[in-house]
Design a binder for this molecule. Structure first.
Ligand SMILES: Nc1ncnc2c1ncn2[C@@H]1O[C@H](COP(=O)(O)OP(=O)(O)OP(=O)(O)O)[C@@H](O)[C@H]1O
Length: 268
């Protein structure tokens, strides 16, 4: 088995381009243009880049929500194509996606217990007893009280809702998380708490994170390495401390120069 949690080779995603009425070709969007990148086991790989640079498209391909136009991926040692052929369950037990807006990502009509029940039932096939004990463990892991399970999403703050969304992502024991702007909707003090929780979970459970954000201070505080995306390509990748202290590529320099303030005291 590969040593890497994720391997991407020559990954391309092009949208559109099909034939239109009267045979004229629709214009193509080259969202991802030949990316080769590894996520090592146990690491947090930050992905930065301006809006439209292809970060979300890359993430959506990894978790099986989009198919690549060409190129290959290995997820937790398994070929992406094999996971795709097996169906969404295989993805769900291997790699999970955490979205930016935690409250919107939780079904408002279900209790947290019912929400956590879904992956435990559908992805793991656990019986009722096992599901009940796993649910307790999951809320405990994200440092929420046990009565969380009986409550509804609207009863929680954004930070608490994101903890619950993280618990759901961990339910089926996937060891790779794609975190797409996971703290962008939260206040700065709450951001720091959620980032700390993510780091603790990563270390305790041996998780690997692909951490997408436009916020360079957040990415610098949590990432081991950082990849910089620009117009669908990775223009620079390197250890976080080196990349921010001594950027090699002009685009990385411009991105850092345009950031409001890179090292926030809250993150130190
Ligand atoms: N389903 C789609 N159909 C057509 N074009 C798309 C589709 N999804 C994304 N794109 C285009 O692909 C490019 C990359 O978009 P993507 O959302 O991956 O960028 P991003 O870096 O995640 O941006 P943001 O930070 O705003 O989410 C953009 O030009 C976008 O308009």
């Amino acid at each position: 088995m590969s040593d890497n949690a994720v391997e991407m080779r020559d990954l391309v995603k092009t949208f559109g381009g099909g034939r239109r009425l009267f045979g004229r070709k629709a214009s193509e969007v080259h969202a991802v243009k030949g990316i080769s990148l590894d996520l090592q086991r146990g690491e947090t790989l930050g992905i930065v880049g301006e809006s439209g640079s292809g970060k979300s498209t890359l993430a959506r391909m990894l978790v099986g929500l989009e198919a690549p136009t060409s190129g290959t991926m290995q997820i937790d040692g398994k070929p992406w194509a094999e996971l795709a052929a097996t169906g969404s369950r295989a993805f769900g037990r291997t790699i999970q996606y955490v979205f930016q807006d935690p409250v919107a990502s939780l079904n408002p009509r279900k209790t947290i217990g019912e929400i956590l029940d879904v992956p435990l039932r559908l992805l793991c096939g656990y019986d009722a007893g096992k599901r009940a004990s796993r649910k307790k463990d999951l809320v405990d892991a994200v440092q929420m009280p046990l009565d969380t399970l009986e409550r509804f999403p609207h009863e929680f703050s954004g930070g608490q809702a994101q903890r619950i969304a993280i618990a759901r992502a961990l339910a089926a024991e996937a060891r790779i998380l794609v975190l797409d702007e996971p703290v962008s909707a939260l206040d700065v003090s709450v951001q720091a708490q959620v980032l700390l929780l993510l780091q603790q979970l990563r270390d305790d459970l041996g998780l690997s994170y692909l951490f997408i954000s436009h916020d360079l201070a957040v990415v610098e505080s949590i990432s081991d390495r950082v990849a910089v995306m620009y117009l669908g390509e990775v223009v620079e990748v390197g250890p976080a401390a080196r990349l921010f202290a001594a950027p090699q590529h002009d685009y990385t320099r411009a991105l850092i120069a345009s950031a409001p303030r890179l090292t926030s005291p809250d993150m130190a």
